[in-house]
Write a protein that binds this ligand. Sequence first.
Ligand SMILES: *Cc1c(COP(=O)(O)O)cnc(C)c1O
Length: 364
Amino acid sequence: MENLRIPGPTPCPDEVLQAMTKQMINHRGPEFRDILNRVTESLKVLFQTKNDVFLLTGSGTGGMEAAIVNTLSPGDTVLSVSVGVFGDRFASIAEQFGANVTRLSFEWGKAADPDEVRRALQADPKIKAVLVTHNETSTGVTNDLEALSKVIKDAGKLLLVDAISSLGSINLPVDEWRCDVAVSSSQKGWMTPPGLAMVSVSQEAWQAHNSARMPRFYWDFSRAKSYLERGQTPWTPAVSTVFAMDIALKMMLEEGLPNIITRHARLGEITRQGVRSLGLSLFADEKYASDTVTAVNAPDGLNANDLRRIMLSEHEIVLGGGQQKLDGKIFRIGHLGWVYEVDISEVMAALKVALPKFRYNKAG
Ligand SMILES: *Cc1c(COP(=O)(O)O)cnc(C)c1O
């Protein structure tokens, strides 16, 4: 079997996959109601929130769009804090819907600096909301969301967080860190196939929602809330993915959130150590290196995609590539969700065999 080591979709346990073979049920009937209510309550535990949590059918990007169109109006000033591809995407969505976006971008591989965010907020009092990526999957960087949140929330701004590749894997206490909307997606750390986005919505986000005028229909939180009160979703949900998530969440709660977080921290550490012991270097600033995805610099003179090709054809290991300007320059190892030490040791053992097949300049 392939060792799928991309940062989503991630492998799923057999029990989770089996759940997807279940016959369809009425999504407006009592059985689905019980499942939806159970899934929602479990998500609240894992989001560490008492806020509303909604299950939306779509990918993570749909959840990001939902966060924006539900809280903002065209012409609103928004600060985008971006450290990579997904931060830029969040900004683009807001722009597309008519927000006036100020882009505060940091060098790829580095984390966002809370002091610079503070200065940007002080420079423009019109800023209403701030877009932050908790874990930037394209560069393998985890921002210090706690520190960023303090700056942003103490300034009274709305905080919209892309936590797609961190929630359920890396510690993110949504309420304690005052996230107004936090977004995740089923195919990342949740041991579930693609198809669902999950969002939490704070009281402040609801206030913003009441006056927000960006066009919204499919993603409307008001509709999601009124239907959830009846144990339903406004539109036909990805029923099979909900079945799968129900089982995955049961497994996650059995393991317990602190254990899940510790396991990912350990996997992150093992991956970084393994990479270094092969003489390779990390793309991300070590202090902020992610515990769900590790970005590795291709050695000088070696195209990362050539290495990825050999890893697949000779070792059945699928690694992530570099996105946009990082294409060919880095490869990424996903270690989130249903993943254990042996999965990472396999990657390291294969890299050890594959790397010497290439001629490149060994790091000096
Ligand atoms: C995967 C990912 C997304 C995009 O999610 P899709 O499900 O592909 O739409 C957005 N942000 C981050 C940080 C991600 O890791």
